[in-house]
Write a protein of this length. Sequence first.
Length: 469
Amino acid sequence: MSSEFITNLAYIISSILFAFGLKFLGSPVTARRGNMLSSLGMLLAVVATLCGSHLISFQWILIGIIIGGSLGALVAFKAAMTQMPQMIALLHGCGALASVFVDWTAFDVHGVPDLTGAVTLYLSIVIGGLTVTGSAIAWGKLSEKITGKPILFTGQKWFNLSLISAILILGFIFIRHAGNTLDIFAPHPSLYPLFLAILILSLLFGVLMVIPIGGADMPVVISVLNSYSGIVACTTGFVIHNTLLIVVGALVGANGVILSIIMCKAMNRSITNVLFGAFGNVVKKTGTEEKKEAKSMSVEDAFLVLENAKSVVIIPGYGLAVAQAQHAVRELSEFLEKNGCDVKYAIHPVAGRMPGHMNVLLAEANIPYDQLMEMDAINPLMDNVDVAIIIGANDVVNPASRHDKSSPIYGMPIINADKAKTVFVLKRSMATGFAGIENELFYYDNCRMIFGDAKQTVQALVAEFKHAS
């Protein structure tokens, strides 16, 4: 058997492993298995590529593997659950940056050998460039190094439109010029400035694409960037004629698109509205609003209510990750169940700051998967729930989305926590959530605020159950 046959066979096996890995990642029960299969597929792909490339020296590649592997292991062990969203955004950017470097090297060494190469090279540097800087801005917003509110300036839409037009015009010139120089297998002198100009404009557009997007849309943005990183890997595969990159890039790109659609459906909005709607601007209401006052409750009184509850639904949000209260919540759940209470967890598709953030957080605490319920499954049951405990969630339980047309979240499906007989909200203060929108639920008659660190509050409730037993 030739080395080419063995390499292609390894690529086919890797593709199968990636496909099953993505499939298994769709459920918390099989997510670890999916991660292992995908990692195995990547290892096989790297080994097959290196063995089939006829390299004489591997020293620089080994150095790169050691540095990259060490950094990856360090990030994986050190990153807290609260840092997962920004880490994912950063990894998307790193993947896109790697693709851009591969495209740049291919252009520098081989030029543009055919029209397909010219088109895919153009798409790679445009999508890759905007993904790199877009991911960097998303990282900044998620880590709060940049404000989570939309960053807007006068004439921004017209400037963005001009930027897109320039990228398209330069791309047309680049592809047309490349088509006239197909016999020259090296970067034509007049093409190099065009290549660099397109790349720089794409990097700039990535910044301008993400800065006007508000914090509440970051889960969708991460999903979209995931799709972009897959698409740029796919187009890079066409540039360097690598079948595995084409297949895997298409898988990741399609996965990101589907996930983005699911996320947008959960918010009752379109992807174009998310990317270009500057969601997060708080609409100022006119007229005099009635002064409202939230009612607070002590941990001791909350315990008395929970002790007599027959059904409890826990609704987690980003605040749960910040407080690192997931293990304390599991312990509270166990005491409630021992007391004859039915406990469930209601998971909103966009809770947290990345897709599946809450699922991963609760899985880390070994909370049974059968207790996790999606929004559509839990909402019909909320009328009969004795107590809904909201821990760190804000916008995903805001009833204003159902009736307040002036609210930026109007029309977004929410978890109907307000329909429970009693609602406990665990928060440090009355501050708004990441979207900057006041939650009217906090002022409802059946709602009680329990102020303080969520972990300490839950631990205090656990202590009350221990004392009672």
